[in-house]
Design a protein around this ligand. Structure first.
Ligand code: UTP
Length: 289
C-alpha cells in the first residue's frame, strides 16, 4: 500500500525569521514568484499525492486561503480578460484537496504529526516540512515512495552535512543496504559533538507508517522541551524498521534567513522567464565584488 496523503506541518512560530514572520507565516514568504509552501505542495502533487493535511495554528489562515477558490479574484480576472493570470490562480486552487488540523500549542514537530492521527488513520503517509525546499529532477517525495514501495517501512530523507553542522540536525546512523539506502540503527536529535560519527542529516521529508502514532504517544519532551519526531522514530526503528534515503537533489532550509536567500537565488536562476536576465544581473554583481 502506498501513501495517498501528505501531512504538512505549518504551525511553528518561525522565530528564526522574525520580524518578517510576526504576522506573515514563514511558509507564505515569497521565493521568486510564489510562496514557499506552493513549491512543497507542487512537489507532493508531482509525486502523485492530491490530499494534503495541513497542521495549522492561529495566524496561519493565509496558507489555507492560498489553496482555496477565490470567487472575487477569479471573476475579476475573467472580466478583465487576464486569462494567463486566471489560469495561474485556478491552477493553485485546483492543485490539492486540503484538510486542516489544528495544533493548539507549538509543542514540537512530533506533536504536530501526532494531532493528525484521526485524519490519517491506519495508513502510511508522507510528511513534508512547510519550510524545507528540495530542488531535484525527480521530486524528492517520489524518490522516497519508490524506497517505501520496496521495503514497506518508514523512510526518512537524508543528506550528508559537514561535521560542524551535525549538531543542528537529526542524525541517522546505519548500514548501507543498497546504494543510497541505509537501515537505520540509531537516530538522534541534534547530537552534541562526539556523540555520533555519522553525518547523515535528516531533512524535512518523511514517509511514515501508522505505528508512529503509538510511538509518539510514548515520547516525552526532548531537546528544547519539544516532542521530537526523531525520538519517536528511534522507538519505531527498534520495534519495526526505519530506512534513511540519500535523496538526489538540493535542499534549502527556507525557514532560515541564509537558506531562504540561497533558495531565492537558486530558483530565480532556474526560472523560465526570469532566469536569463537574473543570471546577467548576478554576473554584473559578482564582477563588482
Ligand atoms: P521548525 O523548527 O523549522 O519551525 O519546524 P519553527 O518552530 O516554526 O521555527 P523557528 O525555529 O521558531 O524559526 C519545522 C516545521 O514544523 C512545523 C513548522 O511550522 C515548520 O514548518 N512545526 C514545528 C509545527 O507545525 N509545530 C511545531 O510545534 C513545531
Amino acid at each position: 500500500m502506498l501513501p495517498t496523503k501528505a501531512v504538512i506541518p505549518v504551525a511553528g512560530l518561525g522565530t528564526r525569521f522574525l520580524p518578517a514572520t510576526k504576522v506573515i507565516p514563514k511558509e507564505m514568504l515569497t521565493i521568486v514568484d510564489r510562496p514557499t509552501i506552493q513549491y512543497i505542495v507542487e512537489e507532493v502533487v508531482a509525486s502523485g499525492i492530491k490530499e494534503v493535511v495541513l497542521v495549522t495554528a492561529s495566524g496561519k489562515s493565509a496558507i489555507e486561503d492560498h489553496f482555496d477558490y477565490s470567487f472575487e479574484l477569479e471573476t475579476f480576472l475573467a472580466q478583465k480578460g487576464k486569462l494567463d493570470l486566471l489560469n495561474e490562480v485556478r491552477h493553485i486552487s485546483r492543485l490539492i484537496e486540503v484538510v486542516s488540523v489544528r495544533q493548539k500549542e507549538p509543542l514540537g514537530l512530533g506533536h504536530a504529526v501526532q494531532v493528525t492521527e484521526q485524519v490519517i488513520g491506519d495508513q502510511p503517509f508522507v510528511v513534508c516540512l512547510g519550510d524545507d525546499l528540495v530542488e531535484s529532477e525527480e521530486p524528492c517525495v517520489y524518490q522516497m515512495l519508490k524506497v517505501f514501495e520496496k521495503y514497506q517501512e518508514a523512510v526518512v530523507a537524508v543528506q550528508e552535512v559537514a561535521e560542524e553542522d551535525v549538531r543542528r540536525y537529526g542524525i541517522a546512523e546505519g548500514k548501507e543496504v543498497e546504494p543510497g539506502v541505509y537501515q537505520v540503527e540509531r537516530i538522534i536529535e541534534k547530537p552534541e559533538p562526539g556523540m555520533t560519527k555519522s553525518r547523515l542529516a535528516v531533512i524535512g521529508r518523511y514517509i511514515l507508517r501508522p505505528e508512529i502514532y503509538d510511538c509518539l504517544k510514548r515520547t516525552l519532551p526532548g531537546i528544547g522541551g519539544e516532542i521530537q519526531l526523531t525520538d519517536a522514530l528511534d522507538t519505531l526503528r527498534t520495534e519495526r524498521s526505519l530506512y534513511a534515503y540519500k535523496f538526489k537533489g538540493k535542499r534549502f532550509d527556507a525557514g532560515d534567513k541564509l537558506g531562504y536567500l540561497q533558495a531565492t537565488v537558486h530558483l530565480a536562476l532556474d526560472h523560465p522567464d526570469l532566469g536569463h536576465a537574473f543570471k546577467k544581473y548576478l554576473k554584473e554583481i559578482v564582477a563588482r565584488l
